[in-house]
Ligand binder design. Sequence first.
Ligand code: NDP
Ligand code: 13P
Length: 295
Amino acid sequence: MSIGVIGAGKWGSALAFALSEKNNVLITSRTPRDLDNFVTLNEILECEYLIITVPAQQVAAWLEENFVFKNQKILVASKGIEAKTGRFLNEIYEKYVPNENIAFLSGPSFASEVMQSLPTALVVNSHNKGLAEELSALFPSFIKTYTSDDVIGAEVSGAYKNVIAIAAGICNGLKLGNNAAAALISRGLVEMQRFGLSYGAKEESFIGLSGAGDLFLTASSRMSRNFRVGLGLAKGQTQEEILVALGEVAEGIGTTYALHDISVKHDLYLPIAREVYLMLEGKNPNESLKDLLTN
Ligand SMILES: NC(=O)C1=CN([C@@H]2O[C@H](COP(=O)(O)OP(=O)(O)OC[C@H]3O[C@@H](n4cnc5c(N)ncnc54)[C@H](OP(=O)(O)O)[C@@H]3O)[C@@H](O)[C@H]2O)C=CC1
Ligand SMILES: O=C(CO)COP(=O)(O)O
């Protein structure tokens, strides 16, 4: 069984490590790495299974320039909504991969904990039930897998929780307390569920691993890059300063811009996403959190 992982950043490396317990795993990335199983993209494209971790804001260009469909079975492990167009990942991929060959990974999963083989639970989401089951069987024993056909619910959850995590990081950085954080996170869950339902997502995805599970993880820990973006904003740092210090992807930023455009276009009420957008554009975080948390 050959699995090819695309993207040797934090998540691609952790998934390659985890999947190698039961399978032969190869990996490739834009920037070459000195790893025994590192191969060229052409070799990866010959694998039966592909795990793709290219970030949401870059993946459309990456697919256009690099991807060749050879009937591979694909698991998309990135989380985010494209800022330029407001497209979900499944909409970006549909031009390149038929529905029956693609699945989307969701659930609470810090790469660094997967790298230590700590117990983790994930959901494989696909319109093709057989594919979801086949892909979930590839995971090692320390990762408990579930399957679902709610692709849009998984996508909205995985993308939106990063935006709420930025807000939670700001709340923490401003030392507004545990009550405020719980209020923000639970209102965030309601907001992302309302948004998802308007796209046809299933309610159950938001109270399960993909929604509440990933939101609670990301919005309550400094291990989250998006939470740390919030800490930086609370300190008055600019987006550029925060991203340089982070040195890794924080999908919540692009997703916030996507949600802002979608909410304007479709006249949607997304209060937390709106305040995160305004803070990224320079609004004082104290003012934003006051507007969100007080009468
Ligand atoms: N880290 C985590 O705990 C989790 C991350 N995710 C999601 O996985 C995705 C990747 O995150 P993560 O690996 O952590 O991020 P990192 O910042 O660690 O790595 C980014 C990865 O994206 C690649 N990349 C960046 N820009 C391009 C581009 N223009 N073309 C091709 N490849 C590019 C990088 O390649 P290179 O380094 O070779 O240049 C690298 O492999 C994100 O959507 C994230 O939300 C999901 C669950 C958990
Ligand atoms: O998606 C994640 C955990 O499930 C990772 O979150 P961050 O990108 O905020 O670190």
